[in-house]
Design a protein around this ligand. Sequence first.
Ligand code: PGA
Length: 249
Amino acid sequence: MTNNIYLIANWKMYGSIKSVNSINKVIQLSKKPLLKNINIVYCPPFTLSHIFAKKLKNSKINVGAQDCYIHHDTGPFTGNISAKQLKNIGLKYVILGHSEKRNDGDTNKIINKKIFAAIKNKLKVILCIGEKYEENIKKLTIKTLKKQINDCLKNIPKKNVIFIAYEPVWSIGTGLIPKNEDLEKIIKKIRTIVLKEKKFINSKFLYGGSVNEKNIKNLTKIKGLNGFLIGGASQNSNKFIDIVKKTII
Ligand code: PGA
């Protein structure tokens, strides 16, 4: 793990007005000097984006979205939300290419357009990549990741800070996690592709998939990671606080 750690809370399609106050405890914790190197980013569903942005405005915690539209500005695109609109309400990050969005039809080409839209509006991109179970079994992991990186980052200016979140699809919400030694090898390879081959020198690297309060301590041992993308366990503030505390090194 690096010294400056990012913990991204992906609330997916969960959370209601009532659940907003559940993060008060996390806000209190974030003020402690011990957390000076921990960067927490909440990514609630769009319905709560504005409330979160207002609530966290004067705190150390940032807010992100779980997607944005391919068109960067405003326009006649019913049902969509642009990066410009996200920026307008104070969001700083956007998750793109999550496997649950890929399941909905997001291809690498679409994700690439969304990345352009996001960086045009100065949102920091958290790009999710990851192989499916069948690809893992057939030892196609690196090939799959390489293609996702190449296609999603095609023609994106290299100076941008891109967070690459490695999320094996078979790990998301399943409780299954690759062994530390396998993860370390894959993260090393991803770093080589992104930093050395593609020359995105400002990139940061995250792991996501079934991260919880029980396995986080072990996962912090993995070299080359800048943090974690946490789904299920981030929606419960007690569990999330436990994760945050155990991440402090
Ligand atoms: P999970 O989700 O932590 O619930 O597995 C991670 C994610 O989807 O980003």
